[in-house]
Design a protein. Structure first.
Length: 135
């Protein structure tokens, strides 16, 4: 649930700096992780995709450190095929080893994002237009 909250919070906080795809991907990924926690486990597959796209976009606009954005995006997107295989029941020893090899960097990148948030999030740039409401 914490990952979902962070993904949705970052998408809302930096909605003016993110591309439309990055903001929507982060929000949808976070929402699907919430639904997955409520029992629709297959929807949890969208969290690595959505947070990876959003992290890449946050790195592009220099909100998130570039190295952390790359690590999160690559490890998250490479985890998806293995998650699909595990959900589909292709539980082999090689699949489990590959999953562990990719999930550890992905979860480590979430720890890096947490440390980055604890240190303080950069201030979102103000635009000249009237302020938009997130909802």
């Amino acid at each position: 649930l914490a990952f979902a909250g962070v993904a949705i919070g970052l998408a809302l906080r930096f909605q003016d700096e993110l591309s439309v795809v990055g903001a929507i991907a982060g929000a949808i990924g976070g929402l699907m992780a919430l639904f997955g926690a409520m029992g629709a486990y297959q929807l949890t597959l969208l969290l690595p995709v959505g947070s990876g796209i959003m992290a890449w976009d946050l790195g592009r606009v220099r909100v998130l450190p570039r190295s952390l954005a790359i690590a999160h995006s690559v490890s998250g997107l490479l985890t998806v095929p293995l998650l699909i295989g595990l959900v589909a029941g292709w539980n082999t020893g090689l699949m489990s080893v590959g999953f562990l090899a990719l999930i550890i960097p992905y979860l480590g990148s979430w720890l890096g994002i947490g440390v980055w948030l604890i240190r303080g999030v950069p201030v979102a740039h103000q635009t000249d237009a009237a302020p938009r409401r997130p909802f």
